[in-house]
Write a protein of this length. Structure first.
Ligand code: GLV
Length: 311
């Protein structure tokens, strides 16, 4: 069908997996691969991670852009005509990965693993007393699809749980705060803070000196959002003066960071190379096909972006 043409312009290494998964689930879909696509005028749907701003201008009949990732901050919204819908990827595989990572990082901070990593290098055998989970408060910033899934899983360990989001949310067993006004009260409860916010103009640089000042002394930080949520110089200061005890970061402003970046060898920082949650084409294609069905039925798609909010 002419109006079922999709252009895949994301990671070339995964193009075959995507094409196969889409073919299995929606054989009627015509899948073209960028840059070999031959009929750009037929393209109604674009699957992309980041793309050249002029690509959209060359797709006169484009209706929807699907991000292959959970985030859409990499798209230059102003270069995308307002009639074109933008959709975040709500892949169950991303969600599972994010849950695993949040659990691993929370437990690593809770059980002082950054200290033991240093101790091992120094041949030092120095047991510390970890407080019980019931006495370690964990806060999640961002209570969307991912933040909610993470906080649900963290319940099983018995940590007192806190959440903060832009608009008010209510989650059983989680003390929820919302809006700028309640941010300081929320932060005052977070012995471990997990950032799962979308990156928008309102959240860029939110992990800064002022925020670190509002945390309990010696708090730990986990950033699984975007590198630009974090003011890197402010983090170094907070770790060096003891306001924070450690940070586990999956995302950085520059990925990879330059060779001489101070985070590489910092004893109180653990880095991972943006692997917390990864899109899996078989499950992501299922979400995408469901969204095509919704779009054609005139329904709101799962993960449809509100441009005014930036996510
Ligand atoms: C990864 O960061 C993603 O957006 O899926």
């Amino acid at each position: 069908m002419h109006d079922m043409t999709l252009l895949y312009a994301a990671d070339a290494g995964r193009a075959d997996e995507w094409r196969e998964a889409l073919h299995d689930m929606a054989p009627e879909l015509q899948v073209q691969l960028w840059p070999d696509a031959t009929d750009l005028a037929a393209v109604r749907y674009l699957v992309a991670w980041s793309f050249m701003p002029d690509l959209v201008a060359r797709l006169p009949n484009l209706q929807v852009i699907f991000s292959t990732g959970a985030g859409v901050n990499q798209f230059a919204f102003e270069s995308i005509p307002p009639a074109i819908k933008i959709v975040r990827m709500l892949d169950p595989a991303i969600r599972e990965g994010m849950i695993e990572y949040a659990v691993f990082a929370t437990l690593a901070l809770h059980r002082d693993l950054l200290t033991y990593r240093q101790d091992q290098r120094a041949r030092r055998w120095a047991p510390l007393t970890a407080p019980s989970a019931a006495r370690r408060r964990v806060g999640v910033m961002g209570l969307g699809d991912l933040g909610t899934a993470v906080v649900e899983q963290l319940k099983s360990f018995g940590f007192p749980l806190f959440g903060w989001s832009r608009t008010a949310r209510s989650i059983e067993g989680v003390t929820c705060f919302s809006g700028q006004d309640q941010l300081p009260s929320f932060l005052g409860h977070c012995d471990i803070l997990i950032c799962l916010l979308p990156l928008t103009p309102a959240t860029q640089g939110i992990l800064d000196d002022a925020l670190f000042d509002a945390l309990p002394i010696g708090a730990g930080l986990i950033n699984m959002g975007r590198g630009r949520h974090l003011n890197e110089a402010d983090l170094l200061r907070a770790l060096d003066d003891g306001r924070l005890s450690g940070a586990i970061l999956d995302v950085l402003i520059d990925e990879p960071p330059p060779h001489d970046h101070p985070f590489w060898l910092h004893p109180k920082i653990m880095l991972t190379p943006h692997i917390a949650g990864t899109t899996s084409p078989p499950s992501a294609a299922g979400v995408l096909v469901e969204n095509l069905r919704r779009h054609r039925a005139g329904l709101t798609m799962l993960g449809e972006v509100r441009r005014d909010l930036g996510y």
